[in-house]
Design a protein around this ligand. Structure first.
Ligand SMILES: [Fe+2]
Ligand SMILES: [Fe+2]
Length: 445
């Protein structure tokens, strides 16, 4: 679709305070959005980037919102900052637009809606914004679509912490706006709107992108710095009860901490990662990621290790595959994403601590081994000695004692020894399929 709007569309927006563009995005764009939304949801559970908020629903704790995404996701950044969406907003503002903030609301089954409000009460630094709602799933009355009312030209309506006073809200003429993937809704930050609970059995995901006029300045970095500091000090809730996911007190969901375990996925999500391209990338100069894991598993089997220890050996670097798949490449170099933590959290979808803990501890186990085993230290390569210093050097006596008290520490040390050995070019070992029954038998039903 063209990057410009017609005079009629601009006039409708000026009259109503919102504008729906039907079929504005291509099928390919919609397909990308669906993949990206799933990637962002995974970030929430494997210590990836972004700011993530949870809510308590009748079905349990659910991801409600993820935000602060564009610095970490080139595809989303292109879609949000460089393509048609920002151009449409610019057409309505009569000047170039800049991104103010971006989020994905997941509204999973049972996920709460929003009380009647105007965004203008929540957005600091600039007094006028335009937001764009981009549905990832169909958005219907049943699953809590947006409803708008006229009144964007009446300034800030009487409200309490952003919620429009009920006596005023009930006088407004609310219109449900049902949309499908490919449609786009643009709305003014003074347009009164609300949404309902998702009463369906599927998620109602949507991007909400907020922009302001270039002449009003670029405030995105400051907005997120403020928000992160504020949420950290208040624990992400209002009065410890209602989930606080926006600056306004308009979200109707119940507060929830991040769940300790990520939501289930089929085991094929894990198995496919080892059959994909990423697993064939090089682990070091000698072997691929896949070959490295397979050699570690073979070493574990040869030493008579338990099934759980074999699985930990096979999967200990799954974090490398995830970081490669889910996190943008350029981010990998800037920050240590702690592949051991990412991997352990991911594996907790299927496996208990007997598998996840050795994975989580396999990096720390190096500092342990250096402290307790002079022969181990003598065997390190020069580059491994250098990285040891960055990692904190040998463990102190107190660190050692604490490490030995952790569940799974012995298997973690064993995994580390196999890790250091399983790097032989062209070694013949059982292939990945060989271990599939073992993984299936260990995976929680
Ligand atoms: Fe590793
Ligand atoms: Fe490794």
């Amino acid at each position: 679709m063209a990057h410009t709007l017609t005079d009629e569309q601009r006039a409708n927006f000026a009259r109503d305070g919102w504008l729906v563009l039907r079929g504005a995005l291509s099928e390919a764009e919609v397909a990308s959005l669906q993949v990206w939304a799933a990637q962002v949801a995974d970030w929430a559970f494997i210590d990836g980037p972004g700011l993530h908020h949870f809510e308590e629903t009748d079905g349990g704790t659910r991801l409600a919102r993820s935000e602060d995404l564009v610095p970490h996701h080139p595809g989303l950044r292109r879609f949000i900052c460089d393509d048609a969406v920002i151009a449409w907003v610019g057409a309505l503002l009569d000047e170039p637009a800049v991104l103010y903030k971006e989020k994905i609301n997941f509204k999973q089954p049972g996920g709460a809606g929003f009380a009647p409000h105007q965004d203008a009460t929540a957005y600091r630094f600039v007094d006028h914004h335009i937001s764009v709602m981009v549905p990832v799933d169909p958005s219907t009355v049943d699953n809590g679509c947006l409803a708008f009312a006229h009144g964007h030209d009446r300034g800030i309506l009487p409200n309490e912490r952003g919620r429009i006073a009920p006596s005023v809200a009930e006088t407004l003429d609310w219109r449900d706006v049902e949309v499908a993937p490919g449609d786009v809704v643009l709305f003014d930050s003074y347009a009164p709107h609300k949404s309902g609970t998702n009463r369906s059995s599927a998620s109602r995901r949507a991007l909400y992108l907020t922009y302001n006029a270039l002449s009003a300045g670029d405030h995105r970095a400051r907005y997120y710095a403020d928000k992160e500091a504020e949420f950290a000090s208040e624990g992400g809730s209002f009065d410890g009860e209602r989930a606080r996911i926006s600056v306004n007190d308009d979200f109707l969901g119940k507060h929830a901490e991040r769940p300790r375990r990520a939501p289930r996925k089929p085991l094929s999500d894990l198995l496919d990662r080892y059959k994909g391209e990423r697993a064939l990338q090089l682990y070091d100069e000698e072997v691929t990621e896949l070959a490295h894991g397979l050699q570690c598993a073979a070493l574990a089997r040869r030493e008579g290790a338990s099934d759980a220890a074999i699985a930990a050996a096979l999967l200990h670097d799954v974090g490398h595959l995830l970081i490669g798949d889910l996190f943008p490449i350029e981010q990998k170099l800037e920050k240590d994403w702690k592949h051991e933590e990412v991997g352990a959290r991911y594996l907790s979808r299927w496996f208990g601590p007997e598998v996840t803990e050795p994975v989580r501890l396999h990096v720390a186990a190096k500092r342990y081994l250096v402290a307790v085993d002079p022969a181990y230290f003598a065997g390190l390569t020069p580059s491994s000695v250098r990285s040891l210093e960055v990692q904190g050097g040998p463990m102190s006596d107190a660190e050692r004692a604490a490490f030995e008290a952790l569940p799974g520490f012995e298997d973690a040390v064993a995994v580390r020894r196999w890790d250091d050995t399983g790097k032989v070019r062209d070694l013949q070992v059982p292939d990945f399929d060989h271990w599939e029954p073992l993984l299936r038998s260990l995976a929680r039903a």
